[in-house]
Design a protein around this ligand. Structure first.
Ligand code: C5P
Length: 219
């Protein structure tokens, strides 16, 4: 009998896109499908974890036994993460969070006319960085989707956000696709996972993070 790798651990995840409101009917979002985050949630549940999934707008079905909290904007996502963080052992930020929100939102539908319309964008909070820089943070895992210079940018991101583990992938290969190919970056270096369906990749990621967590994480 082999005990499950994350038995008794509480895992909190973010997944999917955020939606930043412009007016009563419009908004800014991105092409994240939520597939990878939901696959990681499922893999964590298979590994025995108690899973809470904070999801942006996505059509993905909730993985078995996961507690799912639906959110819209990055600020809603941050508020949900802060509410759920207590008792979290492992925080995995898979969501494609919008970098900016619209400052000059309009309560009602904006009517068109001949004038130029300007949207003012203000930076969103970095949810993952805000969790990772707390006192006694959970074991934090980030994702880096880059379109070029993958390893260089991803490594810089891991250091800047102070993450023990970062999952790097090329956006061209991952966003919306059913397969993914990722490289894991941790203190020991790079670990390339074979290209495969997102659930297969997620299972390998969870096995890797459970190994790291067992070395340096659990209380
Ligand atoms: O800085 P960048 O957006 O590329 O970082 C990606 C990682 O940070 C992902 O794990 C993503 O979920 C997380 N993130 C976040 N809040 C943001 C931006 C990114 O949690 N505002």
């Amino acid at each position: 009998f082999q005990p499950k790798l994350l038995a008794g651990r509480r895992v909190l995840l973010t997944a999917g896109p955020t939606f930043e409101r412009i007016d009563a009917v419009r908004g800014i979002t991105n092409s994240s499908s939520g597939k990878m985050g939901f696959a990681v949630a499922r893999a964590a549940w298979e590994a025995g974890a108690d899973v809470t999934l904070i999801a942006g707008e996505t059509a993905q079905p909730t993985p078995p036994d996961c507690r799912r909290i639906d959110v819209r904007s990055a600020q809603d996502m941050l508020a949900a993460v802060e509410r759920e963080l207590d008792g979290t052992d492992i925080f995995i930020a898979v969501a494609a969070v919008a970098d900016y929100y619209v400052l000059n939102q309009s309560e009602h539908k904006i009517k068109k006319d001949a004038h130029i319309l300007t949207l003012e964008l203000a930076p969103n909070p970095d949810i993952l960085a805000s969790v990772a820089c707390r006192d006694n943070p959970p074991f934090c895992v980030g994702f880096a989707a880059e379109s070029e210079n993958l390893l260089e940018y991803a490594d810089a991101k891991r250091r800047r956000k102070q993450l023990p583990l970062l999952v790097a992938n090329l956006v061209q290969q991952a966003m919306g696709a059913d397969d993914n190919e990722v490289i894991l970056l941790d203190d020991a270096g790079e670990h390339r996972l074979p290209r495969g369906p997102k659930l297969a990749v997620a299972r390998q990621l969870v096995a890797h993070l459970a190994g790291l967590y067992a070395q340096c994480g659990p209380a």
